[in-house]
Design a protein around this ligand. Structure first.
Ligand SMILES: [Cu+2]
Length: 363
């Protein structure tokens, strides 16, 4: 993102935040104490709290990827290593095409959150996370052909990027409620992790792993957004936009800006249980720049093989405790499947994601 666009985004963000502070929200709306009063657990910053109310939460997210795709079409490993050019070709020992292919990847995220409303129109939110990633690779022998040399696994883990947000109420008419999400992401996650790999010539050097296997973005990100919820009888619905705009770069690059649109429908069968349906559309730009320490005949080392558009469908269940020791506790689960993926370059494809979480609201 160029500087002018960044400045404009920052100005819009500040103006919207200040304007919304004027329009203080008040009154009642969807209640957090019913199953219908919550968005799917995969949505962050979906609700505000009443003045003086706290919430602690833990979310676990698992993402599973297998196989590769170019644009919207699947592509197999033999085709990748015989036809996709290696952008580092021409440097010492770099073959003309890719020779290492990621086959399976999984990511686990443990997210710890806290929310507090110091006043009725503002809820503060902080989130920390611990991330674990695993990627299996197949290494092909030498500079050409489809003979495999072997396989290797890369594992990375660590504290991810921290997020701090203010949720500012801008509208409440008893049925509909809207707030601004004013968030920042801090570069607390590592982006210089090194691991041992297997090269086409059979050596096993320890190198800086590609962007996909790093834990943090390396950058300060602005995360502006808007969320609206509505409720009528047993039905609850909502929508959210959250952007991620990289404000700087680190090690010569920044990850792509992201736009995420989510919309959900929630039906409450009993006050303690509801089922949910959600559509999520993500538009992620490619990596801007390049880390000079990341190079190799593998798709993940090339910044052009990042970003794309995905549309996911999710199903979820919310359970909210109604009385006694269970009051204020929510347990929820959400599973997502991709409906459409249009990826830049050649990339692994996400097959499914599951998010489970616990939230506890108290005064
Ligand atoms: Cu909350």
């Amino acid at each position: 993102m160029n500087l002018t666009v960044r400045v404009i985004v920052v100005l819009i963000f500040i103006t919207a935040s200040l304007a919304s502070i004027q329009a203080k929200a008040d009154g009642t709306g969807p209640s957090l104490h019913n199953a219908a009063g919550h968005a799917p657990i995969g949505v962050m910053g979906d609700h505000m709290h009443a003045k003086g109310e706290w919430m602690l939460s833990y979310r676990f997210m698992h993402m599973d990827m297998e196989g590769n795709r170019m644009g919207v079409d699947a592509v197999d490993a033999d085709t990748i290593v015989t036809s996709i050019p290696n952008r580092f070709s021409g440097r010492p020992i770099q073959p003309p095409t890719l020779r290492i292919v990621p086959s399976v990847m999984s990511m686990d995220m443990h997210m710890f959150g806290a929310m507090y409303a110091p006043v009725q129109w503002l809820t503060l939110m902080a989130m920390g996370m611990y991330v674990e990633k695993e990627m299996d690779h197949i290494t092909y022998m030498g500079g050409k052909g489809v003979t495999q040399r072997g396989s290797f696994k890369v594992k990375t883990d660590g504290i991810g990027d921290a997020r701090i947000s203010g949720l500012i109420g801008i509208h409440d008419d008893g049925i509909h409620r809207c707030h601004i999400n004013a968030g920042v992401s801090l570069p607390t996650g590592a982006n210089e992790k090194k691991r041992r790999i297997l090269t086409p010539s059979g050596t096993q050097p320890t190198v800086r792993v590609p962007y996909a296997m790093q834990i943090g973005s390396g950058t300060y990100d602005l995360m502006p957004g808007i969320t609206c919820n509505g409720r009528l009888h047993q039905w609850y619905w909502g929508g959210q936009y959250i952007g991620t705009f990289r404000l700087d770069d680190d090690n010569g690059y920044s990850l792509g800006d992201k736009h995420r649109f989510s919309t959900w429908l929630n039906y409450q069968w009993r006050p303690f249980i509801s089922t949910l349906l959600r559509l999520q559309y993500d538009s992620l730009a490619g990596i801007d720049g390049i880390d000079p320490m990341i190079a190799g005949p593998v798709q993940t080392a090339d910044p052009d093989n990042y970003g794309g558009d995905t549309l996911n469908l999710s199903l979820g269940v919310n359970l909210v405790g109604q009385s006694g020791g269970l009051a204020g506790h929510r347990l929820a689960i959400e599973a997502s499947l991709p409906l459409r993926r249009d990826l830049n370059g050649v990339q692994m494809e996400t097959d499914w994601t599951i998010t489970a979480g616990w939230q506890y609201a108290f005064e």
